[in-house]
Structure formats: C-alpha cells, structure tokens
Design a binder for this molecule. Structure first.
Ligand code: IPE
Ligand code: IPE
Ligand code: MG
Ligand code: MG
Ligand code: MG
Length: 294
C-alpha cells in the first residue's frame, strides 16, 4: 500500500514537471492568457486522469515517457472543463483546487478564453509534439475529441445544466455521469492503451475499467458534496442542492449511494482480470477513488 502511495506521488510529480516543461517549451500567446492557463493548470489537482494514462500504457507494456504527451493533453482538457464548470453561468463557484476560481482572479471573459485555449492547446500537443505514427496521432485525436465533445463531457454538462429533478431516476443520473465525468476517465485508459499499441482485448478491458471507475468517481464526488468539508475538498461543498443531478440527493440515502460506488469499483477491478489481477497500481487507484477525502 505504501509502495503504491509512493508510486502515485511520484507519478503526480512527473506529471507536474511535464506540464511545466510543455508550458515552457510550447505555450505562447498574450501574457495574461498564458498566466490564466497556468494558474488553473498548476494549482495542483490530484492528476488522476494523467496518472491513469501512464499506468494504462504501462500495463500494456508501453513506455511511460511516450505516454506523457497524451497524459498532459488530457489534464489540459480536464482543467478547461473545471474552469468552465465554475463560471457564473454554470455552477457559479468561487473556490477550486484550494484557490479562487479563474473568473474570480482574471474575470469572466479571460476565464472563458483560458478554457478555450487549454482545449485547443491539448490538441496542438498531440498533433504537433507527440512523437509517433500518423495513425496513432489520429487514434488519440479521435479518442480525446469524442470524449470531450457533444457525445462526451460537453454533452454531459449540458444534461447537468438542464436537469430537472422531477421524476428523474438514478439511471437518468448515471447517464449524465457517464457523459460528464466517465467519458474523460475512460478516455485516459484508452489513450494509455493506444500509446502502448495495445491489442483489442487489453483496450476493451481498460475501457470497461475506465467507464466503471469514471462513474464511481462522480458518484463519490456527489457523496462528498453532501458529506465532506471545504477544507478537505479545496472546493465548496453542499452546492448540489437546488436541482443538480447529484446521485446521493436523487437516491436519498447515503449508505445506498456508497454501496453503488462500491459495486462499481468492484466491477472496475473485475475488468482487469485479463491482466491476471496482479497489477496493483490500477487496483489501488480504484480503491483510492472509493476512499478519497479530497
Ligand atoms: C473534479 O475532478 C471534477 C469531477 C469530475 C468531479 P477531480 O476531483 O479529479 O479534480 P482535481 O483535478 O483533483 O482538481
Ligand atoms: C463536474 O461535475 C464535471 C465536469 C465535467 C467538470 P461537478 O460540477 O460536480 O464538479 P465539481 O464538484 O464542481 O468539481
Ligand atoms: Mg458541474
Ligand atoms: Mg461544479
Ligand atoms: Mg461535484
């Protein structure tokens, strides 16, 4: 366990360094835009998605350094989604990753533009700075664009914004969660597999793992919104009252919600069985998602 925690910390540190490196080398533009992009990117998130890219590549026999560009690109997309999620027109939040949100520091227009720029920069990284075949670049672009776009995260955010509580079932909520959150987490695993030229059996297993883990991740986020504290989370809690598709609120029962998250995590771990169930880091991440306090 300690070994796995050390590994997570080490991988998180490598991701942070790579983010710094690509910003130094490749990020240019108006100073205020670059500052806003870096402010949110380098606020120190958990880096779960890029870590999943690296570990998924590794389990398929791939090279960690090669998987770094897709990993960092995905963290840029995730950061863009958080900046926009916090905007007054969306969740209207003033705290993120323990800091004032982008629009509180830079104003709304610059926060929107920093999000736009991170979205585009992610694809620039893959198209221009990922050292591999045209085919792999194209496969990664396809994965990342579909997970981000109308049938992925952005589509899910639309359903989240237009959600009306009346007569909604838990399966309606799960559908939203699949899109707004699981799409990018599943994408992390799939991009890792692609960068390792994995075969279809491994690709499909990691896809299923990512989907189950991603759904569990948002169910736990909903649970923490109801039960945790701003100090632990680095973002406001109790924000989902008032019409949000929060699993715990729609379910009306905290222990049933926890039970659902536990089942999903067990299913995620099961999906790894083709690897012989001995690959501890991915199992460890699944358990961390369940136990996380931030
Ligand atoms: C927050 O994601 C948004 C959700 C999908 C719930 P994380 O909890 O991974 O946020 P960071 O990256 O650690 O800040
Ligand atoms: C966020 O869901 C999903 C995204 C695509 C960013 P939430 O709105 O629940 O995320 P938090 O709680 O603000 O991090
Ligand atoms: Mg939201
Ligand atoms: Mg939010
Ligand atoms: Mg939330």
């Amino acid at each position: 366990m300690t070994e796995n925690n050390d590994l997570m910390a080490a991988l998180g540190g490598k991701i942070d360094s790579k983010i710094e490196e690509v910003c130094e080398k490749y990020l240019s533009g108006p100073a205020i835009l670059v500052e806003a992009m870096r402010y949110s990117l380098q606020a120190g998130g958990k880096r779960i998605r890029p870590i999943l890219v690296l570990l998924s590549a590794e389990i398929c026999g791939g090279d960690e350094e090669k998987a770094m560009i897709p990993a960092v690109a995905l963290e840029m997309i995730h950061t863009f989604s958080l900046i926009h999620d916090d905007l007054p027109a969306m969740d209207n939040d003033d705290l993120r990753r323990g800091r004032p949100t982008s629009h509180k520091v830079f104003g709304e227009a610059m926060a929107i533009l920093a999000g736009d720029a991170l979205l585009a920069f992610a694809f620039e990284l893959i198209a221009t700075h990922y050292q591999s075949t045209e085919r792999e670049i194209s496969l990664l672009t396809k994965e990342l664009s579909s997970a981000t776009g109308p049938s992925g995260m952005t589509g899910g955010q639309v359903l989240d914004m237009t959600f009306e509580k009346s007569a909604k079932t838990l399966s309606d909520v799960e559908n939203i969660h699949h899109l707004k959150t699981a799409a990018l987490i599943r994408c992390a695993c799939r991009m890792g597999a692609i960068s390792a030229s994995a075969d279809k059996i491994k690709f499909d297993a990691l896809s299923l793992y990512g989907q189950k883990l991603g759904l569990a991740f948002q169910v736990v986020d909903d649970l923490l919104d109801q039960t945790s504290s701003v100090e632990n989370m680095g973002k406001n809690v109790g924000k989902d009252h008032g019409g949000k598709p929060n699993y715990a609120l729609i379910c009306g029962d905290i222990s049933q919600t926890r039970q659902r998250a536990e089942t999903l995590i067990a299913e995620a771990v099961d999906a790894l069985s083709i690897f012989g169930n001995k690959y501890q880091p991915l199992i460890h991440i699944a358990n961390l998602v369940l136990k996380r306090k931030s």
